[in-house]
Every structure is written in C-alpha cells, then in structure tokens.
Write a protein that binds this ligand. Structure first.
Ligand SMILES: Nc1nc2c(c(=O)[nH]1)N[C@H]1C(S)=C(S)[C@@H](COP(=O)(O)O)O[C@H]1N2
Ligand SMILES: [Mo]
Length: 257
C-alpha cells in the first residue's frame, strides 16, 4: 500500500509561500536593478539638439515621436478656424527671447540659406507682394493658455514655390532663428508645408507689433506656441534636426497638436 503523502501543516504552508514570495521579489529586484544599471551606464547623448538623456531612452523617445507623427499628422487635416469677428482684440503675449523691442523693417531682410550655398535676401515688401492668406484660429501655448487670433501673411508653401526652393523643401527640416540667434526652432517639413502654416506679418489687419514678432514671424497652427518663432532672421534646410531652444530644455521636439 502507498504511503499517504505527508500533509503539510498550515504553518508549513505559510512558510513555504513566504519563502517563494521573497524569492520572486529578489529575482524581480535584481532584474530591475540590472535594467537600471544598464540604462545608467549607457552613453548619455550629447546635450545639444535635445536635452541630455541616455541614448537608449532618446532612441525610444524619437521612435515614439515618429510613430505619433505618422499617426496624427495629415497634411489634409486642417486646424479648426473661426469667423474673423471672434478674434481677440486684446492679444495675449508671451516671452520675447530674441524679439524684444522694435526692429525697423528697412534694416531687416529674411536670410534664406539655400542648399547650393547661396543666401536669398528677401525684404518685407517683397514678402507682402506675394499672395496673402488669412487665418483665425485658436493659438495654444504649452503653458496652458489659448486664444482665438487673426493672422495674415504668406503661406510657407507659397513662399517656397515662389522662390523655387523645391530642392530645399525635399529635405526633412526647416530651421528658423531670430536675427540675434537667441531663439531658434526646428520644424519638420510636413508641418512647415501644411496649408495653414504662414510667414505672418499682420495681426488684426495691422502690421505686427514688436511684442508679436515684427516684421515677420512663423504662424504654425498645427503646433504649440513655442514653435511659432517671432522675428524670423534666418531660414535653413536640412535632413538633421536644427537646434531648438525649448527642445534643448527638454520640451518635446515635435510639439504638435
Ligand atoms: N523670438 C521668440 N519667439 C517666440 C517666443 C520667444 O520667446 N521668442 N516665445 C514663443 C512662445 S512660448 C509663445 S506661446 C508664442 C507667443 O506669441 P505671442 O507673444 O505673440 O502671444 O511665441 C513663441 N515665439
Ligand atoms: Mo508658449
């Protein structure tokens, strides 16, 4: 006859389970510690285009960004617009890095760095002679405010077509900087070429004030305020990411809505 298996006492069962739980806890803890060590020891990217982060983390972030860009961005998807009468009269105003005070338009020319090494110099009058586009939409700042505003200027894509910058527009990014290089942004080309993106010189039908980026600023409704650079000095084109003021501080490079 088979000897009946010895019944474990309740106390023994508890001991055994406690032992197994602690064992598993130890295994998980070692795993987590290992992963953390791996990340911690992995090379840190050079703080530059984006704020410093471990390379594997940044790689994952960049992959996620491209995934969401593809998922959410569509050049035919337009940002909601409003009747012009709904535009604010008293306009909110944010930081003025690189765009303080007033710059006499006669002392200003937009510098467009072509890929053949030439620089186009475009005056405000020349820009204002191009077809004009107006938009009334809800401008959004990442800091949590938004306001329905009316802007006018030349469509970025019209500007590209007029100055025959087709080869430039085939590259992946546009870089914009203030004349003093204090504020700068990088914009992915599909967002720059979006039909609602403007090189704006008017707000509420009058030329921009010093506060709002005169003589010319970017209005890019598919992105948060941080990317809407005021007082454009230079425009560059590249396949690598242009430097970006807020991305350097750790903000999302894409900053799309
Ligand atoms: N040159 C320059 N452009 C800039 C900024 C800046 O500090 N300097 N701030 C950005 C931010 S954070 C926002 S929300 C908008 C605000 O635009 P506004 O001052 O016309 O409202 O401008 C953007 N463009
Ligand atoms: Mo902002």
């Amino acid at each position: 006859m088979k000897k009946p298996e010895k019944e474990l006492s309740v106390e023994q069962k508890i001991k055994r389970r406690t032992f197994i739980s602690f064992g598993l806890f130890g295994v998980y803890a070692a795993g987590a510690y290992g992963a953390w060590r791996w990340l911690y020891k992995s090379p840190e990217e050079t703080a530059g285009i984006t704020a410093g982060a471990r390379k594997p983390l940044r790689r994952a972030l960049n992959k996620t960004e491209i995934f969401f860009r593809r998922l959410t961005f569509n050049e035919n998807h337009l940002v909601k617009t409003y009747p012009k009468e709904m535009a604010a009269r008293i306009i909110r105003h944010n930081s003025d890095i690189g765009s303080e005070g007033k710059l006499p338009p006669e002392n200003w020319k937009l510098q467009v760095k072509k890929i053949n090494g030439e620089t186009l110099q475009v005056s405000l009058d020349e820009i204002m002679a191009l077809p004009k586009t107006e938009i009334t939409y809800d401008f959004k700042c990442v800091e949590g405010w938004d306001q329905i505003q009316h802007w006018a200027g030349v469509k970025f894509s019209d500007f590209i077509a007029h100055y025959k910058l087709d080869a430039e527009a085939k590259l992946q990014y546009v870089g914009l900087e203030t004349p003093d290089k204090q504020y700068y942004v990088g914009i992915d080309m599909p967002s720059a070429m979006h039909p609602q993106t403007l090189l704006a010189y008017q707000m509420n039908d009058v030329l921009l004030s010093g506060n709002h980026g005169q003589p010319l600023r970017l209005i890019i409704p598919v992105k948060y305020g941080i990317k809407n650079l005021k007082r454009i000095g230079t425009m560059t084109f590249s396949n690598s990411r242009p430097r970006d003021y807020w991305a350097e501080q750790g903000y999302d490079y894409f900053s799309g809505l």
